[in-house]
Design a protein around this ligand. Structure first.
Ligand code: NAP
Length: 217
C-alpha cells in the first residue's frame, strides 16, 4: 500500500514533487502557511485528487514527508509544522542553504560553511526524523522522469537511516534516477553545494537543462 505523502512547502519544488507522487498513486497533501494562495489554489484545481493544508496538518497527514521550503526558513517551517509530527518519519530534504544576496559570477552564497550543512541543522532540530537529502541538486523541471540523451541521471543522497534511504532510493528509481548513497548526514556538506555547481551554467550562460551523472568503472 502506498504511503501518504505530506509536502511541506508550496513553491515550485513542492508542487512538482506533490504532482509526481500523485501520478504514482500516492495520497498527497501540499502544505503551506496560506491555502488561499493563488498558486496553491491553482495546484489544487489542476490536481483534484490532491489535498492542501496548513503546515501542521500536512506534517500530521504525511507518513512520508517532503521538506521543500526556502533554506533560510527551513528550521522555522519544521517548528511551525510541529517537530513531533516528524518523529520516526522519512523526510526527503530538498532544501539548500542559499543566503540572501546576488550570486558572484554565477556562484550562489550559502549561509553554512563546509563544516556544517542545513540538513545537519534540521536533523538536530528533529533528531527522531529519518532525514534523507535528495532532489536538492537538480532543477525542478527534471525531478520527475527526466529524459537526458546522456542517460539516467544520478541523485546523490545521504542520511543516517538505511531503511529510509532504501525507501527513497526506490522512489528515485520510479522517478527516473539512479541513486548514489554518500553516507550519513554529514555528507550533506558535500551534496548541498552541488546546487551551487548546478546553477552556475544557468547564471552565466542561461543553461539550466542538465543533471549530474556519476561515471564508474
Ligand atoms: N527551485 C528549484 O528548482 C530547486 C531545485 C532543487 C532544490 N531546491 C530547493 O528546494 C527548496 C524549495 O524551493 P522552491 O524553489 O520550491 O521554493 P522557495 O521559494 O525556495 O520556497 C517556497 C516555500 O517556502 C515557504 N516559506 C517561505 N517563508 C516561510 C516561512 N517563514 N515559514 C515557513 N515556510 C516559509 C513558502 O511557504 P508558503 O506556501 O507558506 O508561502 C513556500 O512554500 C529550497 O530550499 C530550494 O533551495 C529548489
Amino acid at each position: 500500500m502506498n504511503m501518504k505523502i505530506g509536502v511541506i512547502g508550496s513553491g515550485i519544488v513542492g508542487q512538482v514533487l506533490a504532482t509526481a507522487f500523485l501520478k504514482e498513486g500516492y495520497e498527497v497533501m501540499l502544505g503551506t502557511r496560506n491555502t488561499s494562495k493563488e498558486e496553491v489554489v491553482k495546484w489544487k484545481n489542476e490536481n483534484t485528487s490532491g489535498k492542501t493544508g496548513n503546515l501542521s496538518d500536512t506534517a500530521k497527514f504525511g507518513e512520508l514527508l517532503v521538506l521543500a521550503v526556502a533554506g533560510s526558513v527551513a528550521e522555522e517551517a519544521v517548528k511551525l509544522a510541529g517537530i513531533g509530527h516528524f518523529k520516526n518519519k522519512i523526510v526527503i530534504d530538498t532544501t539548500n542553504p542559499i543566503a540572501y544576496g546576488a550570486p558572484v559570477n554565477g556562484v550562489l552564497k550559502y549561509f553554512t560553511s563546509l563544516d556544517d550543512s542545513l540538513m545537519e541543522r534540521i536533523q538536530k532540530l528533529a533528531p527522531e526524523a529519518k532525514l534523507v537529502k535528495a532532489f536538492n541538486s537538480v532543477g525542478n523541471a527534471f525531478m520527475y522522469k527526466p529524459h537526458f540523451p546522456g542517460g539516467t541521471p544520478t541523485m546523490f543522497i545521504c542520511g543516517n537511516d538505511d531503511g529510509a534511504k532504501k525507501t527513497v532510493t526506490d522512489i528515485l528509481t520510479t522517478f527516473g534516477y539512479e541513486t548514489e548513497d554518500m553516507g550519513k548526514v554529514e555528507a550533506a556538506r558535500a551534496i548541498e553545494p552541488l546546487c551551487i555547481l548546478w546553477c552556475i551554467p544557468g547564471f552565466i550562460r542561461n543553461q539550466w537543462t542538465h543533471a549530474f551523472k556519476l561515471l564508474k568503472m
